[in-house]
Design a protein around this ligand. Structure first.
Ligand code: NAP
Length: 672
């Protein structure tokens, strides 16, 4: 069997360790397939290279340019995915498991790419929330912004998802504009190295953006600074060790920890045998035990059911687990592969032995011989305790394999308390068709869990499952789970940026953040803004329209034409009697329509379509006889492609007394 020497990637060069190489075995055959190590790397130089070369290059790019780069990386991985699947089998993963890791990883990059282009500006500063007025006259205001950290993201990954684990961290990091040094887990590093190599060979990353460490991290932590982030996934033990490094405390280095978790799944009190929710629960617990041979940080470790249904649950689960076909994942029909390594097998067996001191094994034999070769195979093991409050191990010991414990609860409060006894988890699922049960659980348990999936017959078919972290949702959990947060869409990007509260004049802050802020200068010109392409429109460019009168006839015409004969527009007495109006008022929608009539330039041109309104507020009623005028100001602009882009306009409608009648953001699709 060919043994591959895995290479590090430092300062834009591939580098073979000078000595101290460790052997890595196939999880399936037990044969040595790779040697790996990082001795001889100059970690301080790697950090300097990332800070001095990678960071500045990434920060010169806009969010959108970085988002397109992520898309290119994801496409590169997808184009060569079969090479990765081939290696993935040796990690013990079936094709399905590999799909989660490889295509799920690429999908995460695609998701961050698309979020980046849709939700982030085509600029370099990310505005956080609305402007805060800080003065009476409006000349001194506040605005929160995010800018990229100027250091390095050090990613330390677990062995179970070598590709996804790497890409789910790289997506938000690169999108933020921060270079990364990736350190995969040794046991499955050969798959991470191959995926990393594909990304480097795609040729889309600026120099210094990515580096790879295929072994120990030497003195790297000694050189970290306040601008760096350590993003760690793995065991609580390693996390605590790394987190207590003196430099982490001294420099306040950000440390994101994704640790282990005794995730719970609860069969609702209403979900008796025979209900769809009972069947869904059985299916999900069995699936979580067998997918990836149970080596998922989010897998269900504790399955809870009303005491009277525990026997039925045990019977149904045992039957379902019996259907798993364990073996060489390359073989047709195999549904469950091996653990990632022999040492992992030893660890899981030891954890089961610990659990079995107080709970009893009711299905599966942890000591059964391997089903093929010298691989790290293990059948699913189901344990049971009937006294969960006096069986602490089931809430404390994580067997990172196909292992789960079923346990009874007395009532809803007991179930909530048991779920929380895990002392902080990544994911909880609840199977109920009773909204009141769901509400009680969320209120009683939300504070202990990073993600909660409430499943019933209506959502099951399209559900993404208990164990799947999603790029658009936060992944991470409190307490034992590490207290970290990853992904969650744009939230994940901000983990690699610094939030700063800016204070100053609206004019200065506008130019800093690249968007018009209330109070900043409005610049008028000869040309109607609808006659300008995005490239010709300046932020703050403003159209001030003529004014028009709004009559009672207008209001009545609009009411009958649209059918909106709401009392406030049609009934003088009733309108007067309301605490809000002094008499009949113009419809808000009439004001919007008249506003469009005032600011629109009708002939075909750079403005292609109106795509929406946001943040609409009607502030002052408009009475018959009043008049109105509009100010339309370019707030932000963003080119999407060669054909189109989006302009966000700040719209202010005033009455004849210059009081603000309505404000909103108008969105248009424009030619670039
Ligand atoms: P681990 O032993 O803690 O290793 C995790 C990573 O830390 C590996 O890359 C490992 O490298 C590295 N590492 C170990 N000691 C180090 C040190 N002194 N300095 C720098 N790096 C060091 O965990 P694991 O066994 O790989 O992963 C399984 C655990 O991870 C389970 O408990 C699981 O629950 C948890 N996990 C959590 C999540 C989550 O998102 N919360 C996801 C997956 C897994 P080497 O491999 O080279 O030692």
């Amino acid at each position: 069997m060919k043994t591959t020497t895995l290479l590090n990637y430092a300062q834009d060069q591939w580098y073979e360790a000078s000595s101290g190489l460790a052997e890595v075995q196939s999880a399936v055959s037990g044969d040595t397939i790779a040697v790996t190590g990082s001795e001889g790397l100059d970690f301080a130089a790697m950090l300097r290279h990332a800070r001095n070369v990678g960071g500045p290059a990434l920060r010169r790019m806009t969010f959108h340019q970085r988002a397109w780069m992520l898309k290119d990386l994801a496409n590169a991985v997808m184009a060569r995915k079969e090479e990765l699947y081939e290696l993935s089998y040796d990690t013990g993963a079936t094709r399905n498991d590999g799909w989660i890791d490889i295509e799920g990883g690429a999908g995460t990059l695609f998701s961050f790419s698309s979020k980046g282009r849709r939700e982030l500006p085509n600029g370099r500063v990310l505005v956080d929330g609305a402007m805060e007025p800080l003065s009476k006259g409006g000349t001194f205001v506040g605005q929160h912004v995010y800018t990229p950290l100027q250091g390095v993201a050090v990613h330390i990954n677990a062995f179970n998802f070598p590709v996804w684990g790497m890409l789910e961290k790289l997506g938000p990091t690169l999108l933020a504009g921060v270079p990364a040094i990736v350190k995969p887990a040794s046991a499955t590093g050969y798959l991470a190295e191959a995926a990393f190599r594909i990304m480097i060979e795609a040729g889309v990353l600026p120099p210094g953006a990515l580096q790879l460490v295929m072994g120990g991290v030497g003195d790297l932590f000694d050189h970290l600074t306040l601008q760096d982030v350590v993003s760690f996934t793995g065991s609580a033990q390693t996390a605590m060790k790394l987190q207590s490094h003196p430099v982490i405390a001294r420099e306040s280095v950000r440390f994101i920890a994704e640790r282990d978790s005794l995730n719970a799944s609860i069969l609702g009190p209403d979900a008796a045998p025979g209900t769809p929710e009972f069947d869904l629960f059985v299916k999900e617990v069995a699936r979580e035990m067998t997918v990836k041979a149970g080596q998922k940080c989010t897998a269900i470790r504790r399955a809870m059911a009303p005491a009277e249904h525990l026997d039925a649950l045990q019977a149904a689960l045992t039957e379902r687990l019996g259907k798993a076909r364990i073996g060489d994942p390359r073989e047709e029909g195999v549904t469950m592969g091996a653990l990632a390594s022999r040492s992992q097998l030893v660890g899981v067996r030891a954890a089961v032995a610990e659990l079995a001191k107080s709970a009893r094994i009711v299905a599966g034999d942890p000591e059964a011989p391997p089903v093929a070769g010298n691989g790290a195979f293990m059948a699913p093991v189901l344990l049971r305790t009937d006294d969960p409050w006096n069986t602490p191990a089931v809430h404390d010991v994580e067997a990172f394999g196909p292992v789960s414990t079923i346990m009874p609860y007395r009532d809803l409060d007991d179930a909530i308390a048991l779920a929380n006894r895990g002392m902080g988890s990544l994911a909880l699922s609840l199977f109920t068709f009773e909204p009141a049960v769901a509400e009680a659980f969320v209120l009683g348990s939300g504070a202990y869990h990073g993600r909660m999936m409430i499943l019933d017959r209506t959502s099951a078919k399209e559900s993404t499952g208990h164990g799947s972290p999603l790029p658009v949702l936060v992944h991470g959990g409190p307490g034992r789970a590490g207290g970290g947060e990853e992904m969650g869409g744009v939230r994940g990007v901000t983990h690699y940026m610094q939030r700063t509260a800016l204070q100053g004049s609206p004019a200065v802050l506008s130019s800093v953040v690249g968007q018009w802020l209330p109070g900043a200068p409005k610049v008028e010109g000869e040309v109607h803004p609808f006659r300008k392409r995005i490239s010709e429109l300046d932020i703050g460019y403003t159209l001030k329209t003529a004014s028009r009168a709004v009559t009672l006839e207008d209001i009545e015409h609009f009411a009958h034409f649209t059918g909106d004969t709401f009392y406030a527009h049609m009934d003088e007495e009733a309108a007067k009697a309301s605490p809000i109006f002094e008499g009949r008022v113009a419809h808000g929608y009439l004001i919007l329509s008249f506003a469009a009539g005032l600011f629109v330039e009708p002939s075909p041109g750079p403005v292609l379509a109106n795509t929406g309104l946001e943040n609409l507020r009607f502030q002052t009623p408009l009475y018959p006889g009043d008049s109105m005028r509009v100010e339309l100001t370019v707030k932000t602009k963003s080119v999407r492609d060669e054909e189109k882009g989006e302009v966000r306009w700040a719209v202010y409608v005033f009455n004849q007394k210059d009081e603000v009648v309505a404000t909103y953001d108008l969105l248009t699709m424009n030619r670039p």
